[in-house]
Design a binder for this molecule. Structure first.
Ligand code: NAD
Ligand code: MG
Length: 397
């Protein structure tokens, strides 16, 4: 161990799937990292336990009533952790001077404001919250360039691509470095082998039972519809400054290869590993060094074979909807994201069927305004209008 100064880390969304994996990796390296702030929406019990274990300087709850409850419980336990409530608290701990790195692991559009605050403050931003980039990629990448923030992808595919790109290509300029294509891998989700009729009758529990990854419910449904791959396509375009034609989606059911980069000389570089998010999290936390993650070693003999197939856009129309939205440009991606979040929430609540998700998104995309994303206000307004249209569409089904 070198005498590197301890990095102060804020974990936005610390009670979620990515948040828990992040805390697991941080706890393996107490000489490298200290937890500056932990945040959650309204899970008071979970955040209380985390505060007692990690003793952060701050704990933030997006829900103000939950923040009051947490404050009382921590005070009664004699904890020195200070509690903040509401969106301003999230932005404060994402951009505070004392913070070096921010894990952006809030799910959905709510993650945009604090993640953008971290980027504007020039932090090392470990980006799991793909929805933030999908909604406001233009503003987000401009903020990173302006502040000199370091943006490191946590999404396993984008982390893999980052690892396979030549160093000169990172931060844009992929086209001049001999890279000819990005091969974005997809597991195909739990319904890869299902017929269209079976998929139509799918329940939330079936959609959330991913064959390879254990994740939050929203991203699990996105993986089942393949919208997750659509969002990741957009994420790749922003992160690596390429057009959507440069990115080919390849279904790889074993989720051992996490994505690939093809070069003009015919070489293809791939990053492999067991499907465990602690690998990309440790890669980004340690970068440019390598640190242990606690992930089981990959055993190629045990795996035996790796398969590949094209995505089936007729059973999984969401991927094409994302490509359409990218081509449309402007804030069409924010519209797509908002309609998807509303449709997925309705599906998880049992208000619509699984195949209503793409139907609602297509309907909203064809009707919503998608102006140029000139400011965060424009993006937020577009998001709200698209949500309203989606809610009306859902209520009418
Ligand atoms: P999750 O549902 O397990 O956790 C979400 C976290 O966000 C929780 O801590 C929750 O308290 C917090 N949160 C939810 N709503 C909030 C709100 N309104 N205000 C403030 N905080 C709120 O989700 P997850 O699976 O950990 O995913 C988090 C993000 O990471 C998503 O954007 C997802 O797409 C991305 N991601 C996840 C995985 C994975 O393996 N889970 C992989 C790649 C990318
Ligand atoms: Mg992914």
């Amino acid at each position: 161990m070198t005498d590197t100064p301890i990095k102060q880390v804020t974990v936005l969304g610390s009670t979620g799937s990515i948040g828990l994996s992040t805390l697991d990796v941080l706890a393996q390296h107490p000489q490298r990292f200290a937890v500056y702030a932990l945040t959650a929406n309204r899970s008071v019990d979970a955040l209380y336990q985390q505060c007692m274990t990690y003793q952060p300087v701050y704990a933030v709850m997006a829900c103000v009533d939950s923040a009051d409850q947490l404050q009382q419980r921590l005070a009664a336990a004699g904890s020195a952790t200070q509690v903040l409530g509401g969106p301003s608290g999230l932005e404060q701990v994402a951009s505070a001077d004392a913070v070096d790195a921010v894990m952006a692991a809030i799910v959905g559009a709510t993650g945009l404001a604090p993640t953008l605050a971290a980027a504007r403050a020039g932090k090392t931003v470990l980006l799991a919250n793909k929805e933030a980039l999908v909604m406001a990629g233009h503003l987000f990448m401009a903020a990173v360039a302006e502040s000199g923030a370091t943006l490191l992808p946590i999404d396993s595919e984008h982390n893999a691509i980052f690892q396979c790109l030549p160093p000169a290509a990172v931060g844009g300029g992929v086209g001049t470095t001999g890279v000819s294509k990005i091969l974005l891998t997809a597991s195909g989700g739990p319904f890869r082998d299902w017929t269209a009729a079976q998929i139509s009758a799918a329940t939330p529990e079936q959609a959330c039972a991913h064959p390879n990854w254990s994740m939050g419910r929203k991203i699990s449904v996105d993986s089942a519809t393949l919208m997750n791959k659509g969002l990741e396509l957009v994420e790749a375009c922003w992160l690596f400054d390429v057009s959507s034609d440069f990115v080919e989606v390849v279904v790889h059911p074993q989720s051992i290869i996490h994505s690939m980069v093809q070069y003009v000389d015919g070489s293809v570089l791939a990053q492999l590993g067991n499907p465990d998010m602690r690998t990309p999290i440790a890669h980004a936390l340690g970068w440019p060094e390598r640190i242990a993650s606690g992930v089981r070693e990959l055993d190629m003999i045990e795996i035996g074979r790796l398969d590949f197939e094209p995505p089936d856009v007729s059973r999984f129309p969401c991927l094409e909807l994302a490509r359409d939205a990218v081509r449309q440009g402007g804030t069409a991606m924010a519209v797509l994201n908002a309609a998807n979040e509303e449709a997925v929430a309705a599906f998880l609540d049992g208000r619509v069927g699984f195949m209503d998700i793409p139907r609602v998104i297509a309907s909203v995309l064809s009707r919503a305004d998608a102006p140029e994303p000139s400011s965060l206000d424009v993006v937020t307004q577009t998001d709200e209008q698209a949500r309203e249209l989606a809610r009306q569409t859902i209520a009418g089904r």
